[in-house]
Design a protein around this ligand. Structure first.
Ligand SMILES: [Zn+2]
Length: 237
């Protein structure tokens, strides 16, 4: 049995706890916030156990790139990689292309399953190793992603990825990872959209919807004011 952890600081705002039942700084009721916090810790532990469990893949999978190349990239990631075991990492060469580079790793829940989240320089990848099947894979190319945002919970965070096909919400992401991977994905999609702005494609879109799209990109921080102005002028020419 694990001993129940005693919290000396508010689990929400991290300020030292006051004598009363609620936080004078952020207003949470300590007992309630701590119960939720413990529950989240339990979820993370279960999620990790699932991730680290032995893969049940009978058929040898084709390897696209060398383990050594991937291991070198993972070592360079530093703090992201601490969540993953060698067993997990061994899957990546089977999935990543030989010219693909890992920028960040994390884990999260999508539709009730725990996925390994891989942010590469080419795409956003989700890998799920179920107990009854082999490796499940989901990917989003940055060209298809219009925006990414995150929201913070007490311990876990959510990532919201908007694509042309709809919105995907990834829950239970370790809190420290969420802003980092969210910003990283923003940069990556921004670089992709820079090469691929509305004026060069979407001929079937009228100027109004193209302007709306530009405004939305600006609003989401995917375009700078200057880029927005340039593109807007091009559109209105
Ligand atoms: Zn507080």
């Amino acid at each position: 049995m694990e001993t129940e952890r005693v919290f000396e600081n508010c689990v929400k705002c991290s300020e030292p706890k006051s004598d009363g039942p609620d936080c004078l700084n952020c207003g949470v009721i300590y007992a309630k916030a701590e119960a939720k916090h413990r529950e989240d810790l339990g979820k993370i532990r279960i999620a990790r156990e699932e991730l680290f469990s032995e893969p049940h893949c009978e058929n040898p999978v084709r390897q696209y790139t060398s383990s050594a190349r991937i291991n070198k990239q993972l070592a360079a990631l530093g703090e992201f990689s601490i969540f993953f075991t060698k067993k997990e990492i061994k899957y990546l060469p089977n999935v990543l292309r030989e010219d693909e580079n890992v920028k960040a790793l994390s884990s999260g829940l999508v539709d009730g399953n725990t996925w390994l989240i891989v942010v590469s320089d080419q795409r956003l990848l989700f890998l799920d190793k179920g107990m009854l099947y082999g490796l499940k894979q989901m990917e989003m190319n940055y060209e298809k992603v219009s925006a990414v945002s995150h929201s913070m919970g007490l311990l876990l965070a959510s990532l919201i990825v908007s694509t042309s096909g709809g919105i995907k919400k990834i829950d239970s992401i370790p809190k420290n990872d969420a802003p980092k991977i969210s910003n990283l994905i923003s940069d990556l999609i921004r670089n992709t959209h820079k090469k691929d702005l509305p004026t060069t494609q979407n001929n079937n879109m009228d100027i109004t919807s193209q302007l709306e799209r530009l405004a939305s990109l600006l609003e989401r921080g995917l375009l700078t004011e200057e880029e927005f102005k340039t593109q807007k002028e091009k559109l209105l020419k």
